[in-house]
Design a protein around this ligand. Structure first.
Ligand code: 89Y
Length: 342
């Protein structure tokens, strides 16, 4: 099987984990890296044995015949870098959140489509071991037809310590974390037809919102509540970055609890099992379940790049998540229900 050669654009906090993830994902090799601050690219290059470091993405793409490009930079550079890759006819994997606005995300998808270049989004949350296990329970039909669910990602973890730029963004928790949790809502329960959302800011020293409450009405009739907070308050059970999910259905209920428990309750009683994620030596233990989910996500993208299986998180697909994220801001701003395209 041929080893796919790729270039990494970006050498920030997530780059090290994604590069380690690609090594686990299948036969691929990072052959060149660019970063705005060259010293950072050089440090990552020496850690991962990447032979070439470039000062500009244009020079890199002009010189290197890569099979795909992995964009791991800050969100405002995603559109120009994806479009640059499209001009060079290089398939591109782009970090979440896809773009700074819905219009920008739509343009990225359009440009890639017109250039005939595959665009994939590195959206890993839905690949977390416990979330996949919960999906299996729902698909098995054991609890019947779900009618309501709650998806909670509530933590006091100091996210700004590792990602200080998040303090400066005008739209914070919905873009940073809502890109994930709203994508999980779609993954588990399908598409939404309307939503309403409220946002709050608890940290006095950040620009954006750090608390959000979203209610989705799904096309299948379900009601989904998505609650998020990064308030740095004290929680008795803070299990960053685990997502807790509770699903009510007509023949039972299912719960993804903190500490990776899956509880399934039917008339026969409650069955509990633990479904911890795999541990990788390169993962930061504080981000365990997220870092390990990079591997199956990138394995799926690699297979898609080889034409072996469809990618789950294509640009087209992720556009629906982006619509939810910006629909939430619109709803919060206008204090109104927002309808989503059918
Ligand atoms: O940036 C975010 C992500 O994608 O996973 C967790 C995080 O680091 C903080 O919300």
């Amino acid at each position: 099987m041929r080893t796919l050669r790729f270039a990494a654009l970006g050498a920030g906090f997530w780059a090290r984990f994604q590069l380690a993830g690609w090594r686990e994902a299948g036969p691929c090799e990072c052959v060149a890296i660019y970063n705005r601050t060259r010293a950072k690219a050089e440090a990552v290059a020496s850690e991962f044995n990447i032979p070439k470091v470039y000062d500009t993405p244009e020079e890199l793409l002009g010189n290197e015949q890569v099979d795909f490009v992995d964009v791991i930079t800050a969100v405002e550079t995603h559109a120009p870098l994806v479009e640059l890759a499209a001009r060079h006819r290089r398939p591109v994997v782009c970090q979440k959140p896809m773009a700074t606005s819905l219009e920008e995300a739509e343009r990225m998808v359009r440009v890639c489509r017109e250039a005939g270049v595959p665009l994939y989004i590195n959206e890993n949350w839905r690949w977390q071991t416990p979330i996949r296990e919960l999906a299996g329970v729902l698909q098995s039909g054991v609890i019947g037809t779900p009618f309501r669910a709650r998806i909670d990602m509530i933590s006091g973890f100091p996210v700004f310590a590792n990602q200080p730029f998040l303090k400066t963004v005008e739209e914070f928790i919905l873009t940073d974390l809502g890109s994930h949790t709203l994508d999980v809502a779609r993954f588990l329960f399908g598409e939404a037809e309307s939503l309403c959302c409220q946002i709050q800011r608890v940290h006095p020293d950040i620009r954006g919102e750090d608390v959000s409450t979203t209610m989705l009405r799904m096309r299948n009739g379900m009601t989904i509540l998505v609650e998020m907070a990064y308030a740095e308050n004290c929680l008795e059970r803070d299990r960053f970055p685990e997502t807790a999910i509770f699903v009510e259905a007509d023949r039972g209920s299912a719960e993804l609890t903190l500490d990776y428990g899956i509880r399934v309750t039917t008339s026969a009683g409650t069955h509990l099992r633990r479904v911890p994620p795999p541990r990788y030596a390169w993962a930061d233990p504080a981000y365990d379940v997220v870092h390990s989910s990079i591997v199956p996500c990138q394995a799926n993208l690699l297979k898609a790049l080889r034409g072996e299986e469809p990618a789950e998180t294509t640009g087209e697909d992720n556009l629906k998540t982006v619509r939810l994220v910006f629909g939430c801001y619109q709803s919060a701003r206008m204090d109104q229900v927002v309808r989503l395209p059918g």
